[in-house]
Write a protein that binds this ligand. Structure first.
Ligand SMILES: *[C@@H]1O[C@H](CO)[C@@H](O)[C@H](O)[C@H]1NC(C)=O
Ligand SMILES: *[C@@H]1O[C@H](CO)[C@@H](O)[C@H](O)[C@H]1NC(C)=O
Ligand SMILES: *[C@@H]1O[C@H](CO)[C@@H](O)[C@H](O)[C@H]1NC(C)=O
Ligand SMILES: *[C@@H]1O[C@H](CO)[C@@H](O)[C@H](O)[C@H]1NC(C)=O
Ligand SMILES: *[C@@H]1O[C@H](CO)[C@@H](O)[C@H](O)[C@H]1NC(C)=O
Ligand SMILES: *[C@@H]1O[C@H](CO)[C@@H](O)[C@H](O)[C@H]1NC(C)=O
Ligand SMILES: *[C@@H]1O[C@H](CO)[C@@H](O)[C@H](O)[C@H]1NC(C)=O
Length: 335
């Protein structure tokens, strides 16, 4: 899966951190902000810009129009929790060791004997969802950050069970499946942009959450919650952990969107700062050697404490705090 090949690269880039001056001009007097900032839903999904190029086609074996089968109400459908390490040739099974996992849900119909996989991932790979492109004649960083649901026939048992998890977590009726399918269409229509980072004030359960991520595992959680709401009983024999990529910061400040930041001469210092911040992380640069000294990287992180987060198509300034960034494989129980 293309999913997180870049993540390790990203991590290193991130830790390499910024040559950004601290002259962000933010601090607009806004009404009291609600935390976490609600993820923005849209009326419909726009076509992706032709500039964005997928390394792997999105959902190659799914239905062209994203249709899901209609199952009979008398059907009994087993639900599977699917999880596998993101495989990246270059890094071998390192991703598994760091618990960089991809999540999906499986369904198998007793009546039709067919089975299905459902997952949510980036249209243009994770690097493009996490960091934008700086284009010569476009001043605003350019994002290819759509994510979407993919539903296709078949479950690749070996892929999930060999180095990951394939576990039956419940049985639902055809009615529940059909209601869920409707919800998936709606969710897919309105939840358009991938958000890699979860941002909170510090590690641990008592932290203030500033932003929630919106990624493959969040889709799986929403699906389980929807099934539970429809009356499904789900349970697992083992701990259900998921990969989450955290940033830690003090209270974020909303800086504005493309037109407010990149369309107004008065904002040009901030615009330049954001450009130079993302220049460090441009998706096309080659991977930093893994042997890179972590100590050296850490020092740089401690020196500069800025992060410009792009969330809901707006930029936010994060005053970063130790431990700055973590990839955590943490438990989220089934509903
Ligand atoms: C997005 O990411 C892939 C793989 O990392 C890359 O090949 C592609 O050129 C990137 N750029 C765009 C604009 O999609
Ligand atoms: C979700 O949206 C994408 C992008 O439009 C589409 O390719 C996919 O088929 C849709 N998935 C479902 C399950 O509707
Ligand atoms: C950028 O400039 C080049 C050359 O002037 C032009 O061909 C291209 O269409 C421009 N791209 C955009 C997005 O304006
Ligand atoms: C899904 O269907 C395939 C093909 O019939 C079968 O090999 C596989 O074991 C099934 N997997 C599950 C989890 O039902
Ligand atoms: C499981 O991991 C091993 C090495 O750790 C690898 O050779 C194998 O291809 C992996 N299997 C799958 C299905 O990804
Ligand atoms: C950008 O923000 C301004 C000010 O909040 C708003 O008026 C404008 O509609 C926004 N533009 C887009 C494309 O959302
Ligand atoms: C799963 O998450 C729990 C709590 O978040 C943690 O204590 C445990 O170590 C995790 N398991 C693995 C295998 O990392």
């Amino acid at each position: 899966m293309s999913l997180i090949p870049t993540l390790l690269g990203v991590t290193l880039h991130l830790l390499l951190f910024l040559h950004v001056s601290a002259s962000h001009s933010g601090h607009l007097a806004a009404p009291r902000q609600k935390w976490p900032v609600p993820y923005r839903r849209y009326d419909e999904r726009p076509d992706a810009d032709s500039y964005c190029e997928a390394l792997y086609p999105f959902c190659p074996t799914g239905d062209r129009d994203g249709r899901m089968p209609y199952l009979r109400e008398t059907d009994r459908i087993s639900v599977y929790r699917l999880q596998a390490p993101v495989w990246e040739f270059k890094y071998g099974d390192l991703m598994g060791k760091f618990h960089i996992m991809h999540d999906a849900v499986g369904f198998s119909s007793a009546e039709t004997e067919s089975n299905f996989t459902m997952e949510w991932y980036e249209l243009f790979q994770l690097g493009n969802c996490t960091f934008p492109h700086l284009r010569a004649n476009v001043s605003a960083p350019f994002w290819c950050n759509q994510g979407a649901a993919c539903f296709f026939e078949g479950i690749d048992d070996a892929h999930w069970s060999q180095n990951g998890t394939l576990e039956k977590v419940g049985v639902i009726t055809g009615d529940m499946f059909n209601a869920m399918a409707q919800w998936v269409q709606q969710d897919n229509h309105t939840g358009i942009y991938y958000e890699t980072w979860a941002v909170q004030s510090h590690p641990g359960p008592d932290a203030t959450v500033w932003f929630e991520s919106f990624d493959c595992s969040q889709f799986v959680h929403r699906t389980y919650r929807k099934l539970a709401e429809l009356g499904a009983k789900l349970s697992s024999r083992s701990q259900t952990n998921y990969t989450k990529v955290y940033l830690y910061s003090g209270e974020p400040t909303c800086l504005g969107n493309d037109s407010t930041i990149f369309g107004q001469p008065s904002m040009k210092n901030l615009a330049a700062d954001i450009q130079s911040f993302y220049y460090t992380f441009r998706p096309h640069q080659s991977y930093v050697d893994l042997a890179f000294s972590l100590a050296e990287i850490y020092e740089k992180v401690v020196l500069h404490k800025n992060f410009y987060l792009y969330y809901n198509s707006e930029y936010w300034h994060l005053p970063m705090k130790p431990p700055y960034m973590q990839v955590i494989y943490e438990e989220v129980p089934l509903p």
